[in-house]
Write a new protein. Sequence first.
Length: 70
Amino acid sequence: MTDYFDGQVEPKLLAEIRGHLSECTHCEVVVSTTKQTIQIYRDNDIYELPTDLREKTIANIMEKCRCSKV
């Protein structure tokens, strides 16, 4: 996948990959989500979450951490 995202895939394989992605929704979602994640990190964009969502997320993470220590 790294070669695919970096544009380092040979044309024949690239055609096969694109063909598969056009038929496989699961793989298309994985590739699309991964591309978006890479783009966010490359752009160094900061996305502010609404306060209530941020607090709920932090609380859930902390709860998972407490449960995993038991």
